[in-house]
Design a protein around this ligand. Structure first.
Ligand code: SIN
Length: 521
């Protein structure tokens, strides 16, 4: 029998959205349990390099940020959500400054850089290229000082507890293999994205789409799963993780060159290397494909940039490259796209409410439509702050806990030697057949291959087994949504439908159970 505990609110995930929501809830006197699978530092937030986009200089700046967000999203941005993001963003960032976030400054003034598809410099950064880690540090320090917040590390959320159609808590698996049930007035899924569904990703190993998969099992609507953003410039060295090479490198002047040394973005987009991310990623993928399908090198070139010292402006990136024998001042750096950010997720309103009562979502796990088909660079940390704070406000409306039912029997976990192999096959299938460039034949093959893998996925209640099952669910959702969207838009590119088709697909894809439709959010 699972041990049963009670709290007011459970938050799954300790990235920027989860921590900001926890602070909001606990400030009102509530007890908040924040659960995370590994150490607190291990979230996508922690790895965010480039920065946080925010319009700090008044109304015109805010209006331009809105237009850039809408334009990058390729006709699918929910304008109401984007307006909330850019209008409330400055308040949330000022709050961070009060809480001690140490953004980079020059002569006392905040430094602002630029990334792809931004019409002006509006990206704050910290310690050069460690913006996410600095924001997480300051949020955590603030959260630790609030007595109502309990931070629980090394704990996997197995599933949501659903009673009479509403969420009533979570089932947790702790590192010692014990199952616990925690009952709560409401649950926030702030569990991030699912980059691990692809073999090539900038995301850490924890990004397995757990929140989205468990929301789907609980009956929540899931939106826009075909829109996976591939970051154009992840390091491409054999045997080395696909380390992120921030778009801010291009913001500071880095150029892209093909195997012949040519600057190919000149023929792709007027904004050259700072075109929207989806366009740059596809251009790199095409330049990197030889006539016989062999892989050709594509390079990031910063050798001509003298206005900054890369070792000072980008200390984390420089250190990683030096450890692999590369120097931004001296060398061409080999790059290729890698899965980076999921625009889709648990469909929510602008207050983080999902379609299931008492279940909320925020940050990358959620889909408000704020990013449309392609997220504007450095809008994700801002999204976590803004919609995490909003979700916390809405969750306070959840009625008090009613007397708990008898504890639900939970299957004791068996760590029965789960094999990495099915997960790796799933990741390769998704990369090869449902990645950057797609078509019906490849997507249908992916569907068949995933179905064939299903029986080999471990059924144990170990963390590995739980994650692989969640990745399977995510993979199926991406493939089904990508097959249904017979057009190309933003991050979703179909070789067999290369144009945008607003009349048939100018809406969001929505998964309800096994059914898919296209609707307004
Ligand atoms: C980067 O630094 O290029 C990543 C920022 C983002 O994902 O928006």
């Amino acid at each position: 029998m699972a041990e049963v505990q009670e709290t007011d609110f459970v938050i799954v995930g300790a990235g920027v959205a989860g921590l900001r929501a926890a602070i909001g809830l606990a400030d009102s006197g509530a007890r908040v349990l924040v659960v995370t699978k590994e150490a607190l530092a291990e979230s996508n937030t922690h790895y965010a390099q480039g920065g946080i986009a925010v319009a700090l200089t008044g109304e015109q700046d805010v209006a331009l940020h809105l237009e850039d967000t809408v334009n990058a999203g390729d006709g699918l941005v929910n304008r109401g959500a984007a307006r909330v993001l850019v209008e409330e963003g400055p308040l949330r960032v000022e709050e961070l400054l009060r809480w001690g976030t140490d953004f980079d400054r020059e002569n006392g003034r905040l430094m602002l850089t630029r990334e792809g598809a931004h019409s002006r410099n509006r990206i704050l950064h910290a310690h050069g290229d460690a913006t996410g880690a600095e924001i997480a540090r300051s949020l955590l320090r603030h959260a630790r000082a609030i007595p109502g917040i309990t931070l629980m590390e090394w704990t996997t959320t197995v599933d949501l507890v659903v009673e009479e159609g509403a969420v009533a808590g979570v089932e947790l698996l702790s590192a010692d293999g014990q199952m616990h049930q925690v009952r709560a007035r409401a649950v926030l899924l702030a569990s991030g994205g699912a980059g691990q569904v692809y073999s090539d990703t900038t995301n850490p190993s924890v990004a397995t789409g757990d929140g989205i998969a468990m929301a789907w099992r609980a009956g929540a609507d899931i939106a826009d799963m075909e829109f996976y953003q591939f970051h154009p410039t992840a390091l491409s060295l054999p045997g080395v993780p696909r380390f992120l090479l921030s778009e801010a490198l291009r913001g500071e002047g880095a150029r892209l060159r093909n195997s012949r040394g040519e600057r190919f973005m000149e023929s792709c987009h007027p904004l050259l290397e700072l075109a929207p991310r989806d366009i740059v990623a596809r251009a790199i993928a095409r330049e990197g494909m030889g006539p016989g399908g062999e892989q050709l090198p594509v390079w990031l070139d910063m050798r001509h940039v003298t206005a900054i010292d890369p070792a000072i402006r980008f200390p984390g990136i420089s250190k990683f490259l030096v450890a692999h024998g590369l120097d931004l001042r001296r060398d061409l750096i080999p790059v290729r796209p890698a899965a980076h950010y999921l625009m889709g997720g648990i469909r929510t309103d602008l207050h983080g409410r999902s379609s299931v009562p008492r279940l909320h979502a925020a940050g990358e796990a959620a889909c408000t439509g704020v990013h449309g088909a392609n997220r504007l660079a450095s809008n994700s940390l801002l999204e976590g702050l803004v919609f995490g704070a909003r979700a916390a406000e809405a969750m306070q409306d959840a009625p008090a806990l009613h007397a708990g039912r008898a504890p639900v029997p939970a299957e004791p976990p068996k760590n029965n030697g789960d094999l990495p192999e099915p997960r790796e096959r799933l990741q390769r299938t998704m990369w090869e057949k449902a990645g950057l460039l797609r078509d019906a034949e490849g997507l249908s093959a992916a569907c068949r291959q995933l179905c064939a893998l299903k029986s080999q996925i471990p059924s144990s209640a170990s963390r590995q087994g739980i994650e692989t099952r969640n990745l399977y669910t995510i993979g199926k959702m991406i493939v089904a949504s990508a097959l249904a969207r017979e057009e190309s838009r933003g991050a979703h590119y179909r070789n067999d439908f290369p144009h945008r088709d607003d009349s048939r697909f100018g809406r969001h894809s929505l998964l309800r159970g096994e059914k898919i439709s296209f609707e307004e959010l």
